[in-house]
Design a protein around this ligand. Sequence first.
Ligand SMILES: Cc1ncc(COP(=O)(O)O)c(C=O)c1O
Length: 486
Amino acid sequence: MEVPSFSSLEFNQNRSLQEQLQQYLTEWICSGRLVSGTRLPASRRLALELGISRNTVTTVLEQLRSEGFLESMPGKGVFVSAVLPKDIKGLPQVRWTKKIPLPALSDFGEALNQTPLSEHSQILPFTPGMPDLAAFPKKTWLQIQRRHQDRIPLMGYQGGQGYTPLRESLSEYLRLSRGVRCTPEQIIITQGAQQAISLCAQILLNEGDPVLVENPGYIGARKAFQARRSELIPCPLGANGIDVDLICNDKIKNAHKAKLMYITPSHQYPLGGILTAAQRLKLLDWASTKNTWLIEDDYDSEFHFYHKPIASLQGMAEQTPVIYMGSFSKTLFPALRLGYLVVPEALAKVFIKAKSFMGGESPLLTQAVVADFINEGHFVRHLRRMRLLYQDKWQHLNTLLSDELSENVKPIAQSAGMHLAIEIPYVNDSKLKEAFNLKGYGSSALSSYFLDKPSKSGLVLGFANTTMAQREEGIRVLKSLIKPVK
Ligand SMILES: Cc1ncc(COP(=O)(O)O)c(C=O)c1O
C-alpha cells in the first residue's frame, strides 16, 4: 500500500510538535488517507523526513498504538490497525470522508454510463472475435521479438504514422491479397480498427452529422459515431450485406443527407454476406454523387468460407471517397492493439495529426516484430494454417448444430469465418446469452446488433478459439438452455 508523503506536513509554533503530529496521523488514518495495513516508515526515517526529533516520533507512535490506531508486529514494523477504534471523539470534521457530488459528465458520457460494460472483457469459449490463441506461432514471434527488443531506435518516438518498414510490408500485402490501391504513405497504423473508426468519426464528421450504418451491424462503430452525436440511420441488409438498392433508389429516409456510411462489404458483421462487384460499383457511384464518405471495415476477410474472398471496395476505382481499414486482431491476436487505415494521400497528414493526440503512437517494438513477421513469410503461412483450422472447426460446429439442435436453430452459413451467427426464433436471446455465460461460455445476442426493433433473435458464437471438447460440451449446454418465449 502506498504511503502518502509525510514531508508535506507543516508544523506551527502555537502547539507542541507532539500534539500536532498526533493530530495529523489520527486524521490521516480516520480519513482513509492511511488505510488499514499500511506500514509506516521506521521512526528514525520518519523523524528525518519531518525534521523533528526521533523521541517525539516514538512518543506519538506509542500513543497511537495504545489508542488502537496502530499495531506493531515484531520484526516487521508498525502498521495501521486492521480494526480501527469505533468511537473517535473530539476529532475535527474530516474532509476526506465526506461524500461530495462529482461534477457532471457530458451527455454522451452520461448515456454511456448507463450501458453495461463490454461483455467480451473475458475470454470464454465462443466469445466472438477471438482467433485461436493456442495455435499462434509464439516461438517464431519471440525469436523476432528478441532480435528487436534492445534496439535503441525502437525506444523513442518515431512519428504518428507508424513504423515505416511495417507500412511498406503492409501496403504490399494489401495490394496483393486485398486489391487495395495504396502506397506506404497512405497507411496510418492505429491502435486496432476501433481507433481507426474513432479517428474517421473525429475527422470526417461534424457534431450531429447523419451516418448510415448497417442494421444489424458492428456496435463499436456506432459508439464511435454516437460520440460525435451523429444521427444514426439504420440501413437494412439484403441477401449480400447492406441493401444497396434501397440506398441508391432513395428508399431510406434521409440517406441522401448522410455524411458518412460505415460498411463491412467483404464479410458483413455479424451476418456474413458479400456485396457483389456490381453492387460495389453502384454504391461507389452513389457515394461519389452524394458526396458521402464510405468507411470500409475489412476486419476479417482473410477468413470466410462460404464464398471466395472478394477484392476490396476501395481498390475498384482510381478516385473513390473510400477510407479502408483493417486489423491484426483477428489475423494475429487482439492484445497487439494494431490496426491500420488506408486514406487518400491528401488526408494522410490530418489523420497523423489527429492520431498524435488521440492515443499517440502505436508501440514501435510491436510494429517492428509484425513487419518482420510479414516480410519473412510467417504471416501468410499463419493465415493459410488458420484458414484450414477454422474451416474444420466450422464444419464440426455445423455438424453438432444439425445433430443436436436442428429443430430450434438455423445457422447463417455465410457468417462463418471466425464466428457463426445462429438464428433461434422465439427466444429471448439476451437471457439465453446470460444463461450460457453463467455456464462458462461467451457469445453475443443477435438482437443486440440491431439499432431498432430486432427482426432476428439468436446468438453469435465465436468458434475459432474453441477446442473440440468445448464445442461438443457447449452445444449440449446450449441445447439444455433453449426455451422458446411463450
Ligand atoms: C466489424 C469489426 N470491426 C472492428 C473491430 C475492432 O477490432 P480491433 O480489435 O482491431 O479494434 C471488430 C472487433 O471485433 C469488429 O468485429
